[in-house]
Design a protein around this ligand. Structure first.
Ligand code: M6R
Length: 587
């Protein structure tokens, strides 16, 4: 949540570079934005409510500066106003700060520094005021060190001080990456922001600070001691983080799924076998994640149960810490996350570690906090996922869990074969005719206020996931249920024409799901069947390939497309749904 960006280097269009970088971070927050620089010894800033993608670069062309900072906001403290947009300043306008995170003790610091001196309602403004206070007696570097030592909470900050030709950044709990180019450096919340300039990065860890001037210098935040960091080369191409021929990232990422599944299963055999063995050796294995990643975990529960005959417990990460009573050193926690930065997941990991349990992570962003804080991490290699709605990451994560389940019973090669077939069938499925048909279904239901989705066994989690997809991008009230649960209450919601989506796989529960679908139809529901075979009960039939136990991977794809088209047809931007952000770094 919130994207921050800082540039210092040889180019004299720093403001333009920062704005363009922030546009690539817009998925992290899009309420408002702002930039600041030192313009001939005076602080220049510009803040605006609205999306940074709407910024006019021409407004900044005449400002020739080699250093700038900027921010794209997802509001936490204080409404969406120009005053609350970052950067925030000290009263003398000498210090400018951009921040991603939450400062928990900001009220106390505000009182101490005099509430009347603050112009915003944010927690961030206290950072600028604190630095300015220490700056009276200390160097810029020392003042930042002293200020951050006072902060309680999570933060990634970038600070500029008028008259000082360098930037300082610090992190505790929120992501911050340093891109290192030739005679220039970039400070950003995520790699795509600077990928067109450099692929060489340093990951800042918690309690670390970086000073960017002629080079980059890393320090420990608590002791001020220098730290050596390893420069990592990222193999993402700049184009992979661009929309290319597509109108939206969401559609692009849906279409990429066939390739992503291939990449996800192309893992080192020893690593997969090692993980399979760890699950087998554990006493109490838990799967945890949030939102879509949580639904992937639930699908994983079924894969482990059906394929490996092994019970694994799922808990949403925000609930997981409650499980600490059950955790012990022999427990294993497997966390799943696209961004690798989700605060609730990090908290779940902390709870597990406190009890001496091992943590394994499955993430998309290599080098992310979750990856680095795990005992062992697998990278799903889906490439940058920019749309807020998770699509390709989810199917890749499911592919990996299914692969691990097959490895647990010594059938890894067979697992690979099944999943390669799934990838190729998804490829066949994603043809223009398929998309046009789903768009026609979207046309029919786009004005409905409610939609319900049912599934059973490994497709029950997909019913829940389908609801998330529809809710978050189209704002239609959608709910997913275990097919057999409807008759215990929710069926009262069905009226004439209510769209109901039913996942009917060719599995042992097929007839049960058909029966439950008929119960809906008898109450007037408009049935959209997702199934390899047609059935009389369906009003619309979206044909999917028959892939056995891997059915969740193919079943969710048409729903992603349906959600996308409903959003577009309702005139919404599916890439940036209201109130949401791609990476949820607050609890
Ligand atoms: O980055 P993560 O996978 O940890 O994110 C978890 C959820 O915030 C995420 O899946 C969210 O639910 C998506 N917007 C759903 O499409």
């Amino acid at each position: 949540m919130c994207g921050i960006f800082g540039y210092l280097g040889k180019r004299d269009n720093a403001l333009e570079i920062v704005i363009k970088g922030l546009q690539k971070l817009e998925y992290r927050g899009y309420d408002s934005w702002g930039v600041a620089t030192d313009l001939n010894g005076e602080l220049f800033s510009h803040k605006k409510v609205g999306k940074i993608s709407e910024a006019n670069l021409d407004d900044f062309k005449d400002k020739k500066v080699k250093l700038a900072i900027g921010h794209t906001r997802w509001a936490t403290h204080g409404g969406v106003t120009n005053a609350n947009a970052h950067p925030h300043f000290d009263p003398e306008k000498q210090i400018a700060v951009v921040h991603n995170g939450i400062i928990e003790n900001y009220q106390e610091i505000r009182e101490e520094l005099g509430k009347e001196n603050f112009v915003s309602e944010t927690d961030t403004e206290v950072i600028a005021h604190l630095i300015a206070k220490y700056r009276k007696d200390y160097s810029f570097k020392e003042a930042v060190l002293k200020a951050v030592q006072r902060l309680v909470g999570r933060y990634a900050i970038v600070v500029l001080n008028v008259g000082e030709n360098y930037l300082i950044a610090a992190r505790r709990g929120s992501p911050l990456i340093v891109g290192v180019g030739e005679d220039e450096a970039f400070l950003a919340s995520d790699i795509p922001a600077f990928l067109e300039y450099t692929q060489n990065v340093n990951y800042l860890d918690d309690n670390e600070m970086v000073i960017v001037n002629d080079g980059v210098e890393f320090l420990n935040l608590e002791t001020g001691e220098p730290i050596k960091k390893r420069l990592v080369n990222i193999d993402w191409q700049a184009e992979s983080a661009e929309k290319g021929e597509y109108d939206h990232f969401m559609l692009k990422e849906i279409m990429e799924q066939k390739d992503c599944i291939h990449r996800a299963i192309n893992q080192d055999t020893d690593e997969i076998m090692h993980i399979a063995q760890q699950i087998k050796d554990s006493r109490g294995c838990f799967l945890s994640g949030c939102g879509t990643a949580g639904k992937v975990c639930m699908a994983g529960e079924y894969f482990f149960s059906i394929i490996a005959k092994r019970h694994v417990n799922f808990a949403p990460s925000s609930e997981f810490p409650v499980y600490h009573h059950f955790l012990r050193p022999e427990s294993l926690l497997i966390v799943i996350s696209q961004s690798g930065e989700t605060a609730d997941v990090l908290e779940a990991m902390e709870a597990a570690k406190k009890k001496g349990a091992k943590v394994l992570s499955i993430v998309n962003v290599e080098g992310s906090t979750i990856a680095r804080q795990s005992d062992f991490s697998l990278h799903i290699k889906a490439g940058p996922e920019k749309a807020v709605a998770s699509t390709k990451a989810a199917t890749s994560q499911m592919a990996l869990l299914l692969l691990i389940a097959t490895a647990m019973i010594g059938e890894l090669q067979e697992g690979r074969r099944i999943l390669a077939e799934v990838a190729s069938k998804i490829n066949d499925m994603l043809n223009p005719r398929f998309l046009t048909y789903i768009k026609s279904v979207a046309e029919k239901i786009k004005d409905q206020e409610n939609a319900y989705i049912i599934g059973k066994a490994e497709n029950y989690p997909m019913a829940l996931e389908a609801a998330i997809k529809i809710q978050e991008v189209s704002y239609v009230h959608a709910e997913g249920f275990a097919a057999g649960e409807l008759k215990h209450g929710p069926i009262a919601l069905i009226t004439e024409g209510t769209p109901c989506i039913s996942f009917v796989a060719n599995d042992e529960v097929k007839q049960d799901v058909i029966n439950n679908t008929m119960e809906l139809k008898a109450r007037g529901a408009y049935i959209i069947g997702i199934s390899p075979d047609n059935h009389d009960v369906f009003d619309e039939w979206i044909k999917v390939p028959d892939v056995g136990v891997a059915s969740p991977l193919v079943n969710i794809v048409p729903i992603q497309i349906l959600a996308y088209y409903i959003a577009v047809l309702r005139g919404l931007d599916p890439d940036m749904p209201r109130n949401l952000a791609k990476s949820v770094t607050v609890k």
